[in-house]
Design a protein around this ligand. Structure first.
Ligand code: G3H
Ligand code: 13P
Ligand code: ZN
Length: 308
């Protein structure tokens, strides 16, 4: 059984720390992040985007995550990230995901409210919780993109939560998806976050939160990656965001960079190696290392007790 996302996030909400949401696309990424959670006795949320589902198949991803959760001592939830296709949302609910995200943030307020409400009523019938988004997180990834950031309006957030009955709210406070988040100075709108937290008594979610760690970028570049201009959210800003009420933090880009660096190093330094296990094993270890740093930063190390 997966652990209920709501249970893990309510505990985090009460304890004022954040749970790591890690995007998974294959076995090695999944095992890499689960290993980190086990090493640090932390609850985690495994997440599949519609892009991941298109790549690997929802049944494969769900079964990988399910096996991890069955074998693991730490609480593991499975979450649909940026759900936009109602059929994929329905399938995730049927397959027993612990939570789904409905991302209608690109729609006008009223339409976003309507669509979210519809998914809430669908999911709640099966005891599955719902993350929704108000405002726009910037950046571009495979199937998730937005050109501009529109900050979440705290009053609208209150109205949205009351009208939709969603369980967690993703807020736009200046982060964006991908590895190219900022040009120059980084400043998240903590004033907006504080105001939302005051008005909305729910666990809040931060997307586009990867740190793009310079050690990982340097390693990838050393072995041939072209990553000019990448920039992530500094750890200090993440700590402040957690202090001000963020309880779930999504990380995908940092895992991709770690995987990239790990594979490149092997290809470059061991050209005679062609066994996929020897090529992907070190990348999986690199994922574990990055995931451990994220969990420690979010304050969820040691929080696994009693929530399964
Ligand atoms: O927020 C977006 C996630 O990082 C998923 O990206 O659509 O490329 O899988 P993706
Ligand atoms: P990053 O691209 O910053 O890792 O954000 C991932 C994310 O928000 C997934 O929903
Ligand atoms: Zn996201």
């Amino acid at each position: 059984m997966f652990t209920a996302t709501k249970k893990i996030l309510q505990k985090a909400h009460q304890g004022n720390y954040a749970i790591a949401h890690f995007n998974i696309n294959n076995l090695e990424i999944m095992q890499g992040v689960v290993q980190a959670a086990e090493n640090l006795k932390a609850p985690i949320i495994l997440a599949t985007s519609e892009g991941a589902i298109k790549y690997a198949g929802i049944n494969f991803l769900k079964d990988l995550a399910y096996t991890a959760s069955e074998l693991s001592k730490v609480p593991i939830a499975l979450h649909l990230d940026h759900g936009q296709d109602i059929e994929i949302i329905r399938r995730s609910i049927r397959l027993g995901y612990s939570s789904v995200m409905i991302d209608a943030s690109h729609e006008k307020f009223q339409r976003n409210t309507q669509l979210t409400k519809r998914v809430v009523s669908l999911a709640h019938r099966h005891n599955i919780s719902v993350e929704a988004e108000l405002g726009t997180i910037g950046g571009v990834e495979d199937l998730v993109s937005a050109k501009n950031i529109i900050y979440t309006d705290p009053d609208k957030a209150k109205e949205f939560v009351e009208k939709t009955g969603c369980d967690f709210l993703a807020v736009a406070i200046g982060t964006s998806h991908g590895a190219y988040k900022f040009h120059g100075e980084v400043k998240l709108r903590m004033d907006i976050l504080k105001e939302i937290k005051r008005k909305v008594k729910l666990p809040l979610v931060l997307h586009g939160a990867s740190g793009v760690p310079s050690a990982v970028v340097k390693q990838a570049e050393k072995y041939g990656a072209k990553l000019h201009g990448v920039q992530g959210v500094p750890d200090t800003q993440i700590k402040l965001a957690v202090k001000n009420g963020i309880n779930k933090i999504n990380t995908d880009t940092d895992l991709r960079l770690a995987f990239d660096a790990g594979i490149r190093e092997i290809i470059e330094t061991k050209p005679a190696v062609f066994d996929p296990r020897k090529m992907l094993g070190p990348a999986r270890d690199a994922i574990t290392k990055v995931a451990e740093q994220r969990i420690k930063l979010f304050g969820s190390k040691g929080k696994a007790g009693g929530s399964r």
